[in-house]
Ligand binder design. Structure first.
Ligand code: 5GP
Ligand code: ZN
Length: 137
């Protein structure tokens, strides 16, 4: 399952070179070419799934297990102080490559990066409306 126009299909399947941290039959983990911090990496499934919604359940499970293993190893080897997992879906959410990937971002004190959001003020009633919308009540 590959998309001939997809750069991550080409990277994951070895047609374009990358800095590989880990590889098995289903996944490649590579260094991001424009890292947020030292060691910023991406987990790529070798099959082409555009986003989280399209990711099969068994692949999703394996991605999280792999993320856990990679984060532990990278923390040990890089001596980072914290770790972010980031996964963008859709242009509005910041996705720029439409082949599912999970960012592994080591964090260092004073790394100068801000991965976050500005908390909104939301009343309890409004929170309850949101809850009902999602739950379907
Ligand atoms: P997104 O914004 O879709 O969540 O993340 C895409 C990521 O892919 C960006 O962090 C970007 O730096 C990285 N990226 C884009 N093209 C390449 C490439 O050719 N090689 C590597 N290693 N990373 C890439
Ligand atoms: Zn692809």
């Amino acid at each position: 399952m590959r998309d001939d126009n997809c750069i991550f299909c080409k990277i994951a399947n070895g047609d374009i070179p990358s800095k590989v941290l880990y590889e098995d039959d289903e996944f490649k983990v590579i260094l991001d070419v424009g890292p947020a911090t030292k060691g910023h990496a991406l987990i790529l499934p070798k099959n082409h799934y555009p986003n989280l919604y399209e990711l099969p359940d068994d692949t999703a499970s394996k991605v999280m297990l792999l993320a856990k293993r990679m984060a532990s190893r990278m923390t040990e080897k890089l001596g980072c102080d914290g770790f972010n997992l980031v996964q963008n879906n859709g242009k509005t959410a910041g996705q720029t490559v439409f082949h599912f990937h999970l960012h592994l971002i080591p964090r260092y004190e004073d790394d100068g990066q801000t991965l976050g959001w500005k908390p909104l003020e939301m009343a309890q009633e409004e929170l309850e409306e949101v809850r009902k919308t999602i739950v379907g009540e």
